[in-house]
Design a protein around this ligand. Structure first.
Ligand code: PMV
Length: 327
């Protein structure tokens, strides 16, 4: 009853920010992302009849809140298997956690894949996407590689809220240059931030209503490999999400000064004809998405921005997979 799995974070180009159902973690709108290949989460799950409780260690640490979220997803898999056996879970990231690099996305995708393997359930990727979603909305997308779209769904039970692959990573390679502007954990998690946005931002309704059109534009841009079109709609989605959060009470501000300096640097590169665009998630890091031949130039430019602590480069990669044990 053991398996090890690996998954990578994804970067949303059309953002997910808001839920239609908190308990089932159902998104209020769809989203679209690219799965990375250079950052990894490895997770082992070992169901063990001698355990009184799940024992969850993430990056060498036990955290009660994290254990509760992991336990809730394991409960869903246990229910499918018809067992109550507790599990030992060990998960490690080779990148900074809780800093807007979507460690929950790769974490819950790897967890779903490993638990499925350990229990021998043989669930398909769509079912794993639904289970990973219960841990973190963006995790539903990290089950798949390359370009991925998440459906909001309309059903109350959430069985139609899952991700699907749009295009392989190798069909249209892009490079993501990540400028780390702070290694500190973020001030407000996505769950609380989404709840506060929905309750208090005067623009929340407009934001949610704007997503389907952005998704249609992004889908068409990807099908046509139209970088300029994808750049424009991705930046618009990111800025609309952050603008809506700025209008919350109290304002939710994930950026620091360096975040904005990186965005301005990317805009200057664009003015010089470089194929690059920016996106920022629930944290201060800036992700510059570019055509592979522009990556070195973009990375050099972001390294020069005062306050940038680190620059990481990643191509696009595969979805979650079992490394050891049953798939
Ligand atoms: O999956 P969560 O609950 O961590 O939320 C992810 C939110 C953003 O990263 C800001 C946007 C997205 O679509 O990934």
């Amino acid at each position: 009853m053991y398996a090890a799995a690996e998954a990578q974070p994804n970067v949303a180009l059309i953002k997910y920010w808001g839920k239609r159902n908190d308990a089932l973690n159902l998104p209020a709108a769809g989203s679209l992302s690219i799965t990375l290949d250079a950052l990894h989460t490895q997770t082992t799950v070992h169901f063990d009849a001698t355990l009184a409780d799940d024992d969850v260690v993430v990056n060498g640490k036990r955290d009660p809140d994290q254990a509760r979220r992991v336990g809730a997803v394991l409960d869903l898999l246990r229910a499918r298997a018809g067992i109550a056996t507790r599990a030992r879970v060990r998960s490690t990231n080779d990148f900074p956690t809780s800093a807007g690099l979507a460690s929950s996305a790769s974490g819950f995708a790897a967890l779903a894949a490993a638990a499925n393997g350990a229990l021998g359930l043989g669930l398909d990727a769509r079912e794993l996407s639904i289970l990973a979603r219960r841990g973190s909305g963006s995790a539903a997308r990290s089950i798949f590689g390359g370009y991925v779209e998440m459906a909001a769904g309309t059903r109350d039970d959430g069985e139609d809220a899952f991700a699907s692959p749009l295009l392989d990573a190798s069909t249209w390679p892009l490079t993501v240059v990540i400028a780390i502007t702070s290694h500190a954990p973020k001030a407000i998690g996505s769950r609380a931030g989404m709840r506060a946005s929905q309750r208090t931002s005067r623009y929340y309704g407009d934001w949610i209503a704007s997503v389907p059109n952005d998704l249609a534009i992004a889908r068409a841009a990807i099908a046509a490999r139209d970088f300029e079109q994808l750049a424009a709609v991705s930046e618009a989605s990111c800025l609309a999400m952050h603008a809506m959060m700025l209008a919350a009470h109290p304002a939710i501000i994930y950026w620091n000064g360096t975040t904005l300096d990186c965005i301005q640097r990317i805009r200057a590169l664009q003015a010089d004809g470089v194929n690059v665009f920016f996106t920022v998630d629930a944290g201060p890091q800036v992700k510059a998405v570019c055509l592979p031949d522009a990556a070195a130039h973009v990375a050099d430019a972001l390294r020069e921005v005062a306050g940038v602590e680190d620059v990481l480069l990643s191509g696009l990669g595969d979805g979650a997979r079992v490394l050891e044990g049953r798939a």
